[in-house]
Design a binder for this molecule. Structure first.
Ligand code: AVJ
Length: 322
């Protein structure tokens, strides 16, 4: 089973508890145990993720925002006028605003998000700043083929915006699959504007996923709190801990939940056993060299037209075309 094989679901199109139950039971039965990373993002988890972005060690968000700021003009010129901007995932307020501010005559903005509360919130925020920009929120799972709404006027191109290095949460095969889906959605003249975290000193990467304030650890363990709340399971939160290590061969952070003692957990009718120090995989965050990423994009039928990198070479924003 792969981490993303299980479709993300949200809080209102929440799978019937029985479906969530099945997903979790399957993950606990797997050897080694693993749960999909989208389970992090309930309301509390989304809140904690926003706090992660403000931690001094978590360089990703700051680096990406700085890149967008520094290269806003160049990025806007590269995309050209009359763009239909389709964002995968709920609009990150700051990044999306920055981008939209610099685009020439954007045709419309289409946020694609499976959590309808987050979707509505991001549209509300952006509508204040861009009152005359048509918005066509799409309540959907972007890992599946979309039915994009008919734009209010013909765009010169459709640009898929996928910031935040969320692509890193997908294993190679799934990432290629997702890039292929984007290629299909954007059409012949379209492009993909994507945030990609770069390979770098392992200590720097590990620190980003082990912040001193312990926010990431809380974010990780919130997954178990969520399951207790939604499934009535009885994970003992104080008998598990967060562990995030960089695997240099695979080029990714591997986040596990570690059982600190031998214990059992009841999840529905299932009784699962954890050994002392047993690790359950909950997230990959893949890091790429520019060459790695270009090769992967190529496998999806996309070429890198332009890359923007900060002076410290922490992060990249890349523009992909057919
Ligand atoms: C939202 C997937 C980009 O992998 O860096 C942050 C999620 N997990 N800290 C990432 C996350 C732990 C984040 N992404």
């Amino acid at each position: 089973m792969s981490l993303q094989a299980l479709e993300p679901r949200d809080d209102d199109r929440r799978p019937p508890a029985s479906e969530l139950l099945e997903i979790v039971q399957r993950g606990l039965r797997a050897q080694p145990k693993r749960l999909p990373s989208w389970l992090f993002y309930d309301e509390r988890g989304s809140e904690l993720f926003e706090q992660i972005c403000e931690q001094p060690e978590y360089y990703l968000t700051r680096a990406e925002i700085a890149l967008l700021e520094t290269h806003a003009g160049d990025i806007a010129r590269t995309l050209g006028p009359d763009v239909r901007l389709v964002e995968y995932g709920s609009g990150n307020a700051v990044k999306t605003r920055q981008l939209l501010e610099h685009l020439a005559f954007p045709v419309c903005y289409v946020p694609v998000e499976i959590a309808s509360e987050a979707l509505a919130a991001s549209v509300r925020r952006l509508a204040e700043r861009f009152p005359s920009l048509p918005m066509q929120p799409l309540h959907a799972d972007f890992t599946r083929p979309l039915r994009l709404p008919i734009p209010p006027r013909a765009p010169r191109r459709t640009v898929i915006y996928f910031p935040g290095s969320t692509i890193g949460n997908f294993e190679q095969r799934e990432a290629i699959q997702l890039l292929r889906t984007m290629r299909d959605e954007m059409g012949e003249a379209g492009g993909v504007l994507i945030g990609v975290d770069l390979k770098k000193d392992a200590a720097r990467i590990e620190a980003a996923y082990n912040d001193a304030a312990g926010i990431t650890a809380e974010f990780t363990l919130n997954m178990l709190a969520r399951l207790n709340r939604e499934l009535g399971s009885d994970f003992h939160l104080d008998a598990y801990r967060h562990r995030a290590h960089y695997n240099p061969l695979a080029g990714r952070i591997e986040t596990h939940i570690i059982s600190t003692r031998e214990q059992k957990v009841r999840v529905g009718r299932m009784l699962a056993s954890f050994g002392e120090d047993e690790a359950m995989l909950v997230e990959y965050s893949c890091k790429y060299s520019p060459e790695d990423f270009a090769a992967m994009a190529h496998k999806a039928g996309l070429e890198v037209a332009k890359v923007w990198v900060d002076p410290e070479q922490l992060f990249s924003v890349q523009y992909l075309v057919r």
